[in-house]
Design a binder for this molecule. Structure first.
Ligand SMILES: [Mn+2]
Length: 327
C-alpha cells in the first residue's frame, strides 16, 4: 500500500534503535546514496550508531557528497554485522534482492522506506509512498516529523536526491512537493550551485569522450519514436572509461524530438548486459522492465539480461513498440 502519511510505527521504531545498518540498491544512484547518507546522519542525532553498506562502490559523480566516503562497500559485511546490529534500514528498494545483499540481511529486522511502484512491503515496518519524487524527499519529511536538525550537509545530500531523481526537475515526478522540499532544503542550507557543479560540471575527459562513442551506435526505430544506443566494453576501453562514466548518457538519445522511448544497452562483461529505459509522458517503461525481470518507474526503469546482444535488442524494441502503441 502506498501512503504519503508517515506510519507511527516507523517513528516509534526509529526512536528506539541503537545500532543501525543502512543500505540501498546495487549500482547506487543519487537518491540511494543521498538518502542513505542523510538518514544515517539523522539517526545519529537520535543517539544511534550507524553503518552504511552498499554492495557497489560509490560512482565518482556522488563522491563529493559528505559522508559518502564512510559508506562500506563490497559483498563482505562491515565489521560486527549482523551480531552487533539491531535493525537494517533499507532505502529505495522495492524488493530486498535489489540490495544485492539479501543473503546477508536475513535474521535482522528490516525497515523499508521506498517510493517505487510494486514495492513488496517487506520488513517489520514499511513506508512506501509512490507519489514521492525521491526517497530523499521522504527522509526529509521524516526528519521534519521527528523534529531533527537539517544540517547543511544533510540538506545538500537530500537536495541532490531531488535533482537526480527528477532529472534536474524535468521528469513527470517533478511535483509541487518536489519544489516545496527543494525550497525548504535551500532554506536549510543546500546549495543548488554546488550540487549542479558536482553533477554536471565535474566530468572526467573519458566520460565526455564516451558520449561520442555512444552516439555512433545511435539508432531510431518505429518512425522515430524509439531510440537505442549501446555502451560496449570495447568503447569503455577505448576512452579509458571509469565506472560511473556512463551515467547520464541516456539523456542524449532521449533529447531527440519525437522520441517517446529510449533503451540504452550496456555490456557489463561475463555476457551480462544492463538495459536502461526512459520514456516520455504516459509511455510506461516500468511495465517493459518488469516483463524482463527488472523494475523502476513509469518514465525511468531498467533490467539486467544474459541474452545475446541481438536477441536482447530485438526483444527490447518489440516490447517498447508495444508500450508506445498503447499511447
Ligand atoms: Mn529514487
Amino acid at each position: 500500500m502506498s501512503t504519503a502519511t508517515i506510519p507511527e510505527a516507523l517513528i516509534a521504531e526509529l526512536r528506539g534503535v541503537k545500532r543501525v545498518l543502512l543500505t540501498s540498491h546495487a549500482n547506487p544512484d543519487g537518491d540511494a546514496i543521498g538518502s542513505t547518507v542523510a538518514a544515517a546522519a539523522l539517526l545519529r542525532q537520535l543517539g544511534a550508531e550507524t553503518t552504511a553498506w552498499l554492495r557497489d562502490p560509490i560512482p565518482r559523480l556522488y563522491r563529493a557528497i559528505p559522508g559518502s566516503e564512510q559508506i562500506h562497500s563490497g559483498e563482505q559485511p562491515p565489521e560486527g554485522f549482523p551480531a552487533n546490529f539491531d535493525v537494517a534500514v533499507i532505502l529505495e528498494c522495492p524488493s530486498l534482492d535489489r540490495t544485492g545483499l539479501e543473503d546477508a540481511l536475513t535474521g535482522i529486522p528490516l525497515i523499508n522506506i521506498d517510493h517505487h511502484l510494486g514495492n513488496e512491503n517487506y520488513g517489520v515496518v514499511a513506508w512506501v509512498d509512490t507519489t514521492a519524487p525521491a526517497v530523499g524527499e521522504m527522509v526529509f519529511r521524516l526528519a521534519r516529523a521527528m523534529q531533527l536538525t537539517i544540517t547543511p550537509d544533510v540538506a545538500n545530500a537530500l537536495y541532490l536526491t531531488l535533482v537526480t531523481d527528477t532529472g534536474g526537475f524535468r521528469f513527470s515526478n517533478t511535483t509541487a512537493s518536489a519544489f516545496d522540499a527543494a525550497g525548504d532544503l535551500v532554506r536549510e542550507g543546500a546549495s543548488p550551485e554546488t550540487i549542479s557543479k558536482w553533477l554536471y560540471e565535474s566530468q572526467p575527459e573519458s566520460a565526455v569522450r564516451l558520449v561520442g562513442e555512444m552516439l555512433r551506435t545511435l539508432e531510431v526505430h518505429a518512425d522515430g519514436r524509439i531510440a537505442t544506443a549501446w555502451m560496449t566494453q570495447a568503447m569503455a576501453e577505448r576512452v579509458g572509461a571509469q565506472p560511473g562514466d556512463s551515467e547520464g548518457l541516456i539523456d542524449f538519445p532521449r533529447s531527440i524530438a519525437g522520441v517517446d522511448a529510449v533503451a540504452m544497452f550496456r555490456q557489463l562483461g561475463n555476457g551480462h548486459s544492463k538495459v536502461s529505459l526512459r520514456s516520455r509522458g504516459q509511455v510506461n517503461v516500468e511495465e517493459v522492465a518488469r516483463r524482463f525481470g527488472g523494475g523502476g518507474h513509469q518514465n525511468a526503469a531498467g533490467f539486467s539480461s544474459q541474452k545475446s546482444d541481438q536477441e536482447l535488442v530485438e526483444q527490447t524494441i518489440a516490447a517498447l513498440v508495444d508500450a508506445i502503441g498503447r499511447h
